[in-house]
Design a protein around this ligand. Structure first.
Ligand code: SME
Length: 157
């Protein structure tokens, strides 16, 4: 497996379409969950250069910080708390154009302005969430939702 990622310019759809086959390549033949989550966050960070991107894993009654790229972050989030805990509770992707307008948003980093959280669902149960944060408002849209949902569905949990 080649470890070098090809980073492209272009619109969001073009960027995801270039990245997804490369993520498939990174996951191929690897069954270790942490290794796979780590490489996915690195690939997303390299391509999109978001402020923060990472996974929180469901452990008992809370989300616990998993592999991520970006500044240090909160380690534990309760169900229903913040954008991540709300996405877990509702079992749906949440796009937050302005985090200051999301009641209960957890500010792990004061420079985060917009956010998307995608639940990872296996056998109808949320097992993790993928969280991406941008230092600019209004950075995430249904294109990100579509492709990030596709990416999390590739993960062999
Ligand atoms: N903002 C998130 C917390 C996680 S950090 O952004 C990395 C939330 O409200 O759930």
């Amino acid at each position: 497996m080649a470890e070098d990622l090809t980073i492209i310019t272009g619109n969001k759809t073009e960027q995801y379409k270039s990245l997804i086959p490369q993520i498939k390549g990174l996951l191929e033949g690897e069954t270790d969950l942490i290794a796979n989550l780590a490489n996915i966050t690195a690939a997303l960070k390299e391509q999109f250069n978001w402020l923060w991107v990472g996974f929180y894993l469901v452990k008992k009654d809370e989300l616990v910080l998993g592999p991520f790229q970006g500044p240090v972050a909160c380690t534990r989030i309760k169900k229903g708390r913040g954008v991540c805990g709300t996405s877990w509770e509702k079992e749906e992707t949440l796009i937050v154009p302005d985090v200051d307008k999301f009641p209960g948003h957890i500010a792990c980093n004061s420079t985060s302005k917009s956010e998307i959280v995608v639940p990872v669902i296996r056998n109808n149960v949320v097992v993790a969430v993928l969280d991406a944060d941008s230092s600019e408002t209004d950075q995430f849209d249904p294109t990100d939702q579509r492709y990030l949902e596709e990416i999390v569905n590739l993960i062999p949990f």
